[in-house]
Design a protein around this ligand. Structure first.
Ligand SMILES: Cc1cc2nc3c(=O)[nH]c(=O)nc-3n(C[C@H](O)[C@H](O)[C@H](O)COP(=O)(O)O)c2cc1C
Length: 338
């Protein structure tokens, strides 16, 4: 191959690799609300399909902005792998233009393979050492990474997580929304929504949840009866065992910072998986605090959750993760080894 052809190939972006990264980027409830279109060999248009992201938990599009940050980081990793850098322009409606230029000093990123393998884990963890994210923690940024070892979890923190987990069952519109995103007994792993097999509960529980999916409001009512100790209620408690927690904080709540949170979270997620850890976002115990701070709690929120997300949660997370006064919790992850 002559050297001219070689260098022209080096300067050609492999669009299929970027498409693969886009297909693997996480979205809340697996809504896959971002639609993309290539308008030239080095320009990508991404738009946010609001009909797909209408989820009770996606208040003020907070979840979508964080997911957009994940998407931008995924694209950046796939571009870096090929020796390209990206420039992004993001509009208020989340419409995003991404352009690709060859990097002056290419830094091939090994993270691309990790991205293609990345997944959300919802099962049980074995005992493990806490992960080491020192490199990311050292970076001086408005968006910070904190790790809490399983052994140092306070009783208040455990109680907070358990209470936040009940949001999906007690807040009836959240329950309805949750059931809308579940695909019961569907083998297809690529479709929108979450397969019941990936919920981290056994088949008996999936059948029970399937039956309740026809009457979600009834579930919200009877789950309050303490004697009925549903096993899927127990699953959240079981899943706390051996889990370490990683919290991403931000100094501001505006969309630019939420995108940064998404980008940093993807780096955290991939580094954790590279170290052999599995990862699950815990949005009901974190993004809900952002909703509360920004004045976007649902109008029908039950008093117990209003207090949990606006008072108790911020206090507990600040204490557990030793947050500085200007650090606001945005996204929490449960982390451990299978
Ligand atoms: C902003 C955001 C919030 C999410 N919140 C949760 C969550 O609270 N619990 C959870 O299990 N997964 C959560 N996820 C993970 C998605 O459900 C997951 O990425 C999606 O179902 C696709 O599955 P995969 O990550 O295995 O490819 C979240 C993802 C994003 C981007």
């Amino acid at each position: 191959m002559n050297s001219e052809l070689m260098s022209s190939l080096k300067n050609t972006l492999n669009i299929e690799l970027i498409n693969a990264a886009l297909a693997k980027t996480p979205t809340g409830g697996n809504a896959q609300q971002f639609i993309w279109k290539w308008v030239s060999q080095n320009t990508l248009h991404v738009h946010h399909e609001s009909a797909l992201d209408a989820h009770y938990l996606n208040r003020n599009l907070h979840t979508s902005w964080i997911a957009l940050g994940c998407l931008i980081e995924s694209v950046s990793i796939a571009a870096a792998w090929q020796g390209f850098t990206i420039q992004t322009t993001v509009q208020k409606d989340l419409r995003t233009v991404i352009t690709f230029t060859p990097a002056s000093t290419p830094v091939p990123s090994a993270q691309f393979m990790s991205l293609i393998k990345r997944s959300t884990f919802r099962g049980r963890f074995e005992k493990s050492e806490a992960p080491n994210l020192h490199e990311l923690q050292r970076q001086n940024s408005d968006v910070q990474v904190h790790v809490s070892d399983n052994l140092s979890l306070s009783d208040k923190m455990i109680q907070f997580i358990k209470s936040a987990d009940m949001y999906l069952w007690l807040q009836s519109k959240a329950t309805v929304s949750f059931f809308r995103e579940i695909r019961f007994f569907d083998p297809d792993t690529t479709k929108r929504g979450i397969r019941s097999a990936n919920l981290g509960v056994g088949v008996a529980d999936q059948i029970m949840l399937y039956l309740f999916s026809f009457v979600p409001k009834l579930l919200s009512l009877i789950v309050r009866i303490p004697l009925l100790n549903f096993s899927f209620k127990q699953a959240s408690i079981r899943n706390l065992k051996n889990a370490h927690f990683v919290l991403i904080t931000s100094s501001e709540d505006d969309v630019r910072h939420l995108i940064e949170v998404g980008r940093k979270s993807m780096q955290v997620w991939l580094q954790l998986e590279d170290q052999g850890y599995s990862v699950q976002p815990y949005s009901t115990a974190s993004i809900t605090l952002l909703d509360a701070r920004a004045g976007h709690m649902p109008p029908d929120i039950l008093e117990q959750f209003r207090t949990l997300f606006s008072v108790t949660g911020p206090e507990v997370l600040a204490e557990q993760f030793h947050l500085k006064a200007n650090e606001k919790p945005v996204w929490l992850f449960r982390v451990g080894k299978k």
